[in-house]
Design a protein around this ligand. Structure first.
Ligand SMILES: [Zn+2]
Length: 406
């Protein structure tokens, strides 16, 4: 799957309705004249292809009123993607809780639910429960199951996005190779009575990075997000597309050995996540008598200004910063965003200390180190966007228009 900035649709007489939709959605051409200019198609052909998009309910005339035409003459009506003709479902699974939502095609959250859900209960139980949540959320948002066009799921493990299978996940027992798409699609159909819809699965840090980059930093061509909660993972967005590596393993920095002797949830000793995650900080607090069992407990303590939690978060930031010096040197990102339970001042202070000390000045000269803007919703927004980009990509859009008979 490719993201918007890097995608080049067909031009000239080959440009179809899907390509015109892409030009409008990306903002590269939003009037009939601009579409003619961008594609070289005649006015009549552009008109015919736009008619298909209007009949499908995918395009509408913009509320902004006429703008000057690039071809001169009368001002032209602007066109825009009609994000209200369908909805998308998204869910973000963490190790012990999950969040799910109904979103518009343009990324607004229409109904949302968060609650306890443990990945260790296994895929069958977890995905059945998500199907139930989706049914309730659609009702709450006032939409029928038939209006949902697809489901996006974020999971806390490495994913082969071509197959939607999680691959040797360190902290998702029973999920390795499980048919997530099929099970979630069936659960959705059971709880809505609607026909099955496409399900897309990706790693949570990837989708958080995608959501944040698209909504807050659309011009950033090299974007890295690091999620520090129960575990630690990173998502990389290059030229508007998620960079997944050869088989979906890119960004899984939580299990790099940093030399300590702490036991990690993956079964190895000395992983970064075993010493510098929210879970690791919670264990250290608990060992010294402060009640904390999880990353979210640490988040609450940090929010309350607990001095020992702040000191441990800063030390965790230093350990993550040491690893990120290599990441930043390799990828030279413009934005390094920190998300998750530990994302706050103490952690960032520690991270900056080590990052700027270890990385070359050249690779950090224009680097912005920021905290998450979308917070707990980043994964949902990214999962929804992944589904929309997949379903409305030029060739897929063309195929769907034909199936709809328009
Ligand atoms: Zn590990």
């Amino acid at each position: 799957m490719t993201g918007r900035p890097g995608r080049t649709g067909r031009s000239g007489s080959q440009a179809g309705a899907g390509d015109l939709l892409e030009l409008v959605r990306s903002g590269r051409a939003v009037t009939r004249g601009a579409l003619q200019q961008a594609t070289g198609l005649s006015r009549a052909t552009v008109g015919q292809r736009l008619d298909r998009l209007f009949r499908a309910g995918w395009l509408r005339e913009g509320a902004g009123g006429p703008v000057d035409s690039p071809l001169g003459g009368r001002p032209s009506i602007t066109l825009e993607f009609d994000g209200s003709h369908a909805v998308v479902l998204a869910a973000d699974l963490d190790t012990r809780h999950a969040r799910a939502a109904v979103l518009s095609l343009t990324g607004e959250i229409l109904a949302e639910h968060a609650g306890p859900l443990a990945v260790e209960d296994g895929p069958d139980a977890v995905l059945a429960e998500l199907g139930r949540w989706f049914g309730e959320l659609l009702t709450k948002a006032g939409h029928a199951g038939e209006e949902a066009c697809g489901i996006g799921l974020a999971v806390p493990g490495p994913v082969d996005s071509e197959t939607g299978l999680v691959v040797q996940p360190p902290i998702m027992p029973g999920w390795d190779g499980y048919d997530i798409r099929g099970r979630l699609s069936r659960a959705f159909a059971e709880h809505t009575g609607a026909p099955a819809v496409p399900v897309l699965v990706d790693n949570d840090a990837n989708l958080m990075a995608y959501g944040e980059q698209r909504t807050g930093h659309p011009g950033c061509t090299a974007f890295v997000l690091v999620k520090v909660s129960t575990g630690i993972g990173a998502g990389v967005v290059v030229d508007g597309s998620i960079y997944r590596g050869a088989d979906g393993g890119a960004g899984d920095i939580g299990h790099i050995r940093v030399g300590a002797d702490a036991l990690c949830r993956c079964g190895s000793y000395g992983c970064l996540a075993a010493v510098a995650s929210g879970g690791a900080v919670a264990r250290r607090l608990a060992a010294s008598g402060v009640p904390a069992a999880s990353g979210s407990d640490v988040r609450d303590l940090l929010a309350a200004g607990h001095p020992q939690a702040a000191a441990l978060a800063r030390e965790a930031g230093r350990q993550v910063g040491d690893v990120l010096a290599t990441v930043v040197t390799l990828l030279n990102p413009a934005v390094l965003m920190i998300a998750g339970d530990l994302a706050g001042t103490p952690f960032l202070t520690g991270l900056r200390e080590l990052l700027y000390q270890r990385a070359l000045p050249r690779s950090t000269a224009h680097l912005e180190v920021l905290t998450s803007r979308l917070g707990d919703r980043a994964g949902l927004i990214g999962a929804g966007a992944m589904v929309v980009e997949h379903l409305y990509a030029p060739e897929r859009a063309e195929e769907r228009l034909s199936q709809m008979g328009v």
